[in-house]
Design a binder for this molecule. Sequence first.
Ligand code: SAM
Length: 219
Amino acid sequence: MQANMEDTYRHKGLRKQLVEGIRQKGIRDEAVLAAIEKIPRHFFMDSSFLEFAYQDKPFPIGSGQTISQPYTVAFQTELLQVKKGMKVLEIGTGSGYQASVLSEMGARVFSIERQRKLFQRTKEFMGRFRYPVKLFLGDGYLGLPTFAPFDRILITAAAPEIPQALLEQLKPNGILVIPHGKDDIQNMLQIMKQADGTIRSETHGTFRFVPLLGDLGND
Ligand code: SAM
C-alpha cells in the first residue's frame, strides 16, 4: 500500500482499459464497472507492483495473501446484486479493495480479516482513504453476530464448507456469494435465502482462491 497516493491521467486511462477488458469478459452491471473505473487499484498494492495494478491479475499483498483479480472482484460483486444502503459483510478484507468497491456502490460495509498484520496495515490505509468501511480482526467463519443480520455476505477466500453462522446472519431475501470447494479450484456459489428462510443455491463457474483459514493465532 502506498504512502504517496497519486492518481494520474495515465492511471485513469489504464483503468478505463481494464474496465473495457472486464466488460468484454461478460460483466454487465454498470455500477460494478463504474466502481472499478473510479477506484485507484494501485493504492492497494506495494509501489513495486505499480505497473501491474491495471492488469487483470491477482497480486501478492504480503502475509501470503493476494488482492483478487479485478475480473473476479467484478464477478463476485455482480452476483451479490448490491443496492445502495444495503448492509454487506465481507469475509477476507485483505487489501481493502473489494470492500472499497462495495462502499463506492453505496453499501454499508463490514469486513473481517483474520491476519493481524494485514488487518493493521489495511486499517491504517483505509483510515486515510475515502470509504467509511468498518474493519474487524477476527475469524470470518463466525461472522459478526453483533451487527447481523446482513443483506449480503461475500466470502473472498475458498471455503471447504459453507459456514452455518454466516447463513444464519443473512437476512431473508439475502444473497451470499462464496467460492466453495476443498480443492485448488472452487465452484462460485450464489446462495439465496428465501423469504421463508429456505436456501437455494446456484453455481456460476469455477475460480481459484487462497483458502479460508481456520483457527486464529497464526499471526
Ligand atoms: N478481498 C480482498 C481484497 O480485496 O484485497 C482479497 C481477499 S484474499 C484473496 C483472502 C483474504 O481472506 C486474506 O486476506 C486472508 O488473510 C483472509 N482470510 C483467510 N481466512 C480468513 C478467516 N477465517 N476470516 C477472515 N479472513 C480470512
